[in-house]
Write a protein that binds this ligand. Structure first.
Ligand code: SAH
Ligand code: SF4
Length: 416
């Protein structure tokens, strides 16, 4: 079973230890969600099926779980009726529990979710005219403490398991009603017919831009994304998946080699002084090292450019000179790049303000004039705290209030 205890934050910039692959359950049954076919086969064999049966059943179950999205073994119609209770006794088809679902006036949806052992995290769905993007979390909280990010202020951190990560995508498909319909029998013929719609029309893209630093939870993120990309799984193309990192340089190469998704890098500043302040990880992996790793990122090309995210902070990183330096840096490293300017999304006590719209426009123009695309990301779901950097669960807010009360009480006691 997985180690379910909360992990303490092991220093500002060290990775959180990786939790094991299985999502913990109190009742002792094993949650299959998050496990690859091979692991399911092993578990079936350990539970007593002979080798041939284990292989066949794993193949069938895998397809039902990830491609069809069923949540009960009873619905697996090509598995013998007697076999289904056997599965139900030993295994579960998990989903993160939905604590709260919110709908923004602009159509953005945010779900507050809970792991089986009680930790809360969030995911966000952003519908656009031509796409629907799910913003997925990789950790509960984040150890990296970027100064402008609310998630970074959360005290408790735990890596999400592969099941909790892929479970977000599955839950979104449940909520949007996007699982392929139709029976398994004669699947090949059905795939082309109207009865079987495997192409989800609402959820088309995934960004690993929710809570947490995905490259500090590499194995679990990789395991989850493999299931998302598997043609017999959720079957979403790697070209429609983007992983955002604050700059965990040693893991970037593996991300490209082993996962192969698009890369977004949270650059946010062009000088050491400013980046050290707002993205403390910069003290460990500096701008030059980061850009060199981007230049070496496997699979990047003009057709698949690296996205540089740049949060617009008033009087901090938003001058004309900063914009020009950004262009120079990208050119010096010959990066196939685009820049995404993110207006800062405020939260109580953040200590920063968003640049003025005129400043953002000017910054964008300078980068454009340098030959690099630099659109401004429209903030979405601000009214439900769903915008970039605003994710922080209510439970944490409460426990923070609790901590503040306790701190105040401690002061009172000390001064009595
Ligand atoms: N940990 C990863 C991915 C999650 S954050 C990373 O840092 O890249 C997704 C993006 O939102 C990052 O570029 C992050 O820097 C940005 N962001 C964080 N807080 C923000 C805020 N308050 N306003 C705007 N963008 C923010
Ligand atoms: Fe963590 Fe990303 Fe927020 Fe930084 S911006 S604290 S890396 S989630």
């Amino acid at each position: 079973m997985a180690d379910t205890s909360l992990m303490s934050i092991p220093g500002q910039i060290d990775p959180v230890p990786v939790a094991r692959d299985i999502t913990p359950r109190d009742d002792g049954r094993i949650d299959l969600i998050g496990l690859p076919k091979e692991r399911i086969r092993e578990l079936f064999a350990e539970a007593g099926l002979d080798a041939k049966q284990a292989k066949l059943r794993a193949k069938q179950v895998f397809h039902w779980l990830y491609h069809r999205g069923v949540t009960e073994f009873e619905a697996m119609t090509d598995i013998a009726k007697t076999m289904r209770p056997w599965l139900t006794e030993r295994f579960v088809i998990g989903r993160p529990e939905v604590v709260e679902a919110q709908h923004s006036t602009d159509g953005t949806r945010k779900w507050l979710l809970k792991t089986a052992d009680g930790h809360e995290f969030e995911m966000v769905f952003i519908p656009d005219a031509d796409r629907g993007t799910l913003c997925v979390s990789s950790q509960v909280g984040c150890t990296l403490n970027c100064r402008f990010c609310h998630t970074g202020t959360m005290k408790l951190v735990r890596n999400l398991t592969p099941g909790e990560i892929v479970g977000q995508v599955m839950l979104a498909r449940d909520a949007l009603g996007e699982w392929p319909k139709g029976s398994m029998a004669g699947l090949e013929e059905l795939e082309d017919s109207a009865e079987y719609t495997s192409d989800g029309r609402l959820l088309t893209n995934i960004v690993m831009m929710g809570m947490g630093e995905p490259l500090y939870n590499f194995d679990n993120v990789k395991g989850a994304l493999k299931l998302v990309m598997d043609g017999d799984g959720l079957a979403l193309s790697k070209r429609r998946i983007t992983l955002s990192t604050s700059g965990v340089v040693p893991m970037m190469d593996r991300c490209g080699e082993e996962i192969g998704v698009n890369l977004a890098v949270s650059l946010h500043a062009v000088t050491k002084e400013i980046r050290d302040e707002i993205v403390p990880l910069n003290k460990k992996y500096g701008i030059e090292e980061l850009l060199a790793a981007c230049a070496a990122y496997p699979g990047s090309s003009n057709a698949r450019r690296i996205t540089f995210e740049y949060v617009m902070l008033r009087d901090k990183n938003d001058t004309d000179e900063h914009a020009r330096e950004l262009v120079r840096l990208i050119k010096r490293y010959k990066l196939p790049a685009k820049v995404n300017l993110i207006p800062f999304n405020p939260w109580p006590g953040a200590g920063y303000e968003c640049s003025t719209p005129e400043r953002v426009k000017r910054f964008s123009d300078i980068v454009f004039e340098g030959g690099i695309s630099a659109p401004v990301r429209t903030p979405r779901g601000r009214d439900i705290d769903a915008a970039c950097g605003q994710l922080k669960t209510a439970a944490e807010k409460k426990s923070r209030a609790q901590l503040d009360r306790e701190a105040a009480e401690a002061v009172e006691v000390a001064s009595a």
